[in-house]
Design a protein around this ligand. Structure first.
Ligand code: UD1
Length: 324
């Protein structure tokens, strides 16, 4: 399917990943409907999209089926990026996590069914694996989530598969591995890279939960957008596939790398208790995405970080020395 001239909906459109996707789809020439309740998303992220005649924005909640039914008429493809995204927050608020990530998925799929949307792409997560002993993690491994968040994403994937087999809606679930980049918020429930960038700018020490040996396959947002576009252009039969940069790094090494790139080696790395629900190692095998949708990441952690920091420096005019 060629996405140009298609009518596309993006949930979570004002959020970190959703807004990057909206901008890319508009550049490709698609008509885009953005949906967001603006709880976490920010209209600032859609500043450029809102100037486009090919973009319409609807403020509303994916937990409201009637709202979704109204705003998703005449849509060909829907990217479902709206989500409850934080592992520790899901431990504090499991019901909210379930309402947004499970009921929300069900509403999206029911809207797709009633409004004849051809294809739905779902933002799943590496957290469904939990601490499976084998690395890298492959899609045929058992899912053993360790947090309510992981459970909710596992349920979302299962609904995506069932709505293909039972109702014929073409679906693909992409298991994202720790996405980072422009527009990720610095908030206590955000990703570690955005949090540490905030600390570096305030000249605060970086805090690692645990011994620093935990590792993550931090993936630059542009590669995640690339995988979404490729998946939408290919046929979809309920597949689930990993999307990662295929190059994990330990938290200690990430902290050192961020301090080196920003020339802030005088800041210290402090250690605190491990966070409940955290996975130890997250490293994704991307052979399936390579084979099925010809996905190949363009960034590793260092090149992604440098591009992100440069974007941040230019956007917010902060005093940041980026060592190239
Ligand atoms: C992240 C995403 C989640 C996604 C998953 C996929 C966020 C908020 N979470 O979860 O949506 O589905 O990847 O792999 O984007 N840490 C510190 N110090 C800090 C903050 C965090 O050491 O100040 C540690 C955490 O304890 C954890 C690691 O960094 O070990 C990563 O944490 P985080 O960025 O919150 O991401 P995940 O929980 O892996």
């Amino acid at each position: 399917m060629d996405l140009k001239n298609k009518s596309i909906a993006v949930t979570g459109a004002a959020g970190f990943i959703g807004s990057n996707l909206v901008d890319h789809l508009l550049e490709m020439g698609a008509d885009v409907v953005g949906i967001d309740n603006l709880f976490n998303g920010r209209l600032e992220n859609l500043e450029s999209a809102l100037k486009s005649k090919q973009f319409r924005f609807y403020k509303g909640d994916i937990r409201d089926l009637n709202f979704l039914l109204e705003v998703t008429t005449n849509i060909d493809v829907l990217f479902h990026e709206a989500a409850f995204t934080s592992v520790p927050q899901s431990i504090l608020m499991p019901e909210s996590c379930n309402d947004i990530n499970v009921k929300g998925v069900l509403n999206v799929l029911n809207a797709a069914r009633k409004n004849d949307i051809e294809k739905v792409l779902f933002a799943s997560s590496a957290s469904v694996y939990g601490d499976t002993p084998v690395l890298p993690k492959r899609e045929d491994m058992k899912r053993e989530p360790k947090s309510p968040y992981g459970v909710s994403k596992m349920a979302g994937e299962a609904y995506m598969q069932v709505y293909y087999t039972v109702y014929g809606i073409k679906t693909t679930s992409l298991r994202y591995f720790n996405v980072f980049g422009p527009r990720q918020k610095d908030s206590p429930y955000s990703g570690v890279i955005a949090i540490w960038l905030g600390k570096i700018l305030r000249n605060e020490n970086l805090i690692i939960f645990g011994d620093g040996e935990n590792s993550r396959d931090f993936t630059y947002v542009k590669d995640v957008i690339k995988a979404n576009i490729l998946a939408a252009e290919h046929d979809a039969k309920g597949e689930i596939m990993n999307v990662s940069c295929n190059n994990p790094i330990s938290l200690t090494n990430l902290a050192k790398l961020m301090l080196k790139i920003t020339d802030k080696q005088e800041l210290k790395i402090e250690f605190a208790d491990p966070r409940p629900g955290d996975i130890l190692h997250s490293y994704g095998d991307i052979s399936l995405a390579k084979k099925d949708i010809q996905f190949e990441p363009d960034y590793d952690q260092e090149s992604g970080l440098k591009e992100y920091l440069t974007w941040y420096k230019n956007k917010y005019k902060v005093d940041l020395n980026i060592i190239q």
